[in-house]
Design a protein around this ligand. Sequence first.
Ligand SMILES: Cc1ncc(COP(=O)(O)O)c(C=O)c1O
Length: 330
Amino acid sequence: MHGGGLRAAAGHYGIAPEQWLDLSTGINPHGYPLPAPPAEVWARLPEPDDGLEVAAARYYGCEGLLPLAGSQAAIQLLPQLRPAAGRVGLLAPSYNEHARAWRMAGHRVEALPALGDAVPAAIEAHLPQLDVLLLVNPNNPTGLRVPVETLLRWHQQLAGRGGWLVVDEAFMDTSPGHSLLTMNGRPGLLVLRSLGKFFGLAGARVGFLAAEPALRAALAERLGPWALSGPGRWAATRALEDRAWQEQARTALTAAGTRLDQLLRRYGIATEGGTALFRWGRHEDAVAIQDALARQAILVRRFDDPASLRFGLPGDEAQWHRLEQALEAL
Ligand SMILES: Cc1ncc(COP(=O)(O)O)c(C=O)c1O
């Protein structure tokens, strides 16, 4: 489920890439404003005591975080740390890379519902048959949020028999009070974080795995030395340390998310969920709406099962206006 299909869309619709308004991702359109890194950051091998781990511990409020070249690095490798042919419960729809990685490593993936009031009961009913429960929380794209107490209850059940609860918190930065990171270190509890969304640093490829020491060590061994680039580490350290920026970004994104929700509803797209960084809703004409917007050089993300659309945030008033005009023309 990647955004970033802009070049393909540009080719398909015959509209130059720079003319598009790309709302197909959940990336902050006003990402962290980085200065250029000092020359030695490019020239020297990155050192583990360069300040990144300290900055991360402060920002996330816990110790025991393994830096990754994006959470994708852990998404790909975690399935290899479990005995083969495990049973893994995953929300559907959700971020596709998880299911792909677990399947590729030979595990059996079970789809769990990601929408509606019956979700917790459905997950609970599946739990006895699962070795791993993997939740994106809040979920991309449905916005489903599972409360901390519920997650901890499920974690206890799984960990009691050697299972894992994996929670991908890629979109948690605007609601840190709902994070499981304060529980870090419990056996069988794994949390993924990313600097790609809230910080808008998807290209820097920085994320973290929070987990018990043995799991972190096993993953670190597979990643090998210098898993992150020096400039990536430097950029992430600056962003994680900048409290003032984080606070204003949280406020601005929350307001923008609400504005997007209201705008979409005004034009008949009933959003059912989302986060500050995107809104999602089912629509039987999802294909036609995506196509009509694309003809006006606005790219949104479409899902087929169920037929639905996800809208990211416009970056400035001109872009908001452009989206509104395009919705009006539908
Ligand atoms: C839910 C979720 N998790 C993880 C990722 C991967 O992020 P990263 O850039 O940290 O690899 C994405 C990217 O779209 C995502 O949506």
